[in-house]
Design a protein around this ligand. Structure first.
Ligand SMILES: Nc1ncnc2c1ncn2[C@@H]1O[C@H](COP(=O)(O)OP(=O)(O)OP(=O)(O)O)[C@@H](O)[C@H]1O
Ligand SMILES: [Mg+2]
Length: 235
């Protein structure tokens, strides 16, 4: 589904990504792990066209995304749940969700997708008329994921969905991600500081270090390698 090849991104003199390659297949979760500043957010931003890579390619089902405008990347099926979640506080829960599908012309399916998100996250259905600002951290994370899902992505990019959440809420969101990935045959790229949670649901793990891929292997292999865990993941 997704093929990233030899991606280089710089912010002025700062080389944030230095030749990153990875693949993510339909129905699978790729965890992207690594320390603060390793380049995880930059990788997601480069895939969705929010920053322009200096070199390299990003292909979605064989089609090049590098150089394609952000709105067209969304149209081609990339949903991005950004760091900090990017929901609009003043709008209601339902308005935020509707925004996620506004660009799609199939109105009937937009409605269906909204109903599906309410089934997936009943707490959002209960609070649909409330302003997003009134939600708890976990509910906001559900709203941010729900908004991406209303756009019916093929590739879902998630930047630290567990940030600031209680362990039980994190576990619930991780379990839902696993289920969604299978049900919709999504390709998921999951950026996480919480390596333990991410490895528990991921198929593949990619560890970034100073803008380069330090490790890429099956998630179970990475989780079982205590040296590697201590060295890069701090547990
Ligand atoms: N807008 C920017 N301008 C300049 N430098 C930036 C910018 N965004 C990120 N960087 C730098 O690029 C590098 C990678 O940052 P990035 O945000 O991708 O890391 P990260 O792995 O997501 O870190 P974290 O775990 O803290 O979220 C860091 O050195 C960071 O300081
Ligand atoms: Mg980040």
């Amino acid at each position: 589904m997704l093929e990233v090849h030899d991606l280089h991104v710089a912010y002025g003199a700062v080389q944030a990504l230095r030749g990153v390659s990875l693949e993510a297949g339909a129905g699978s979760i790729t965890a992207v792990l690594g320390a603060n500043g390793a380049g995880k957010t930059t990788l997601l931003r480069a895939i969705s066209g929010l920053v322009r890579p200096r070199a390299g390619s990003v292909r979605l089902e064989g089609e090049e995304l590098n150089g394609v405008p952000v709105e067209e990347v969304v149209r081609r099926g990339v949903g991005h749940v950004p760091e900090g979640r990017g929901i609009i506080q003043e709008l209601s829960v339902e308005e935020n969700l509707r925004l996620g599908g506004l660009w799609r012309s199939d109105r009937a399916d937009r409605r269906r997708a909204l109903v599906e998100v309410f089934e997936l996250f009943p707490v959002l259905a209960e609070r649909r008329r409330r302003p997003a600002a009134s939600l708890s951290g976990g509910e906001r994370q559900m709203l941010a994921i729900g908004r991406a899902l209303v756009g019916r992505p093929r590739l879902l990019l998630l930047d630290e969905p567990s940030l600031g959440l209680a362990p039980l809420v994190t576990a619930r969101i991780m379990a839902l991600l696993r289920e969604l990935t299978q049900r919709h045959r999504l390709a998921v790229v999951l950026v996480e500081q919480n390596a333990r949670s991410a490895l528990s649901i991921a198929d593949v793990a990619v560890v970034l270090n100073l803008g380069q891929v330090a490790v890429a292997d099956a998630a179970a292999v990475v989780a079982a390698d205590s040296d590697l865990r201590h060295h890069y993941l701090g547990f």
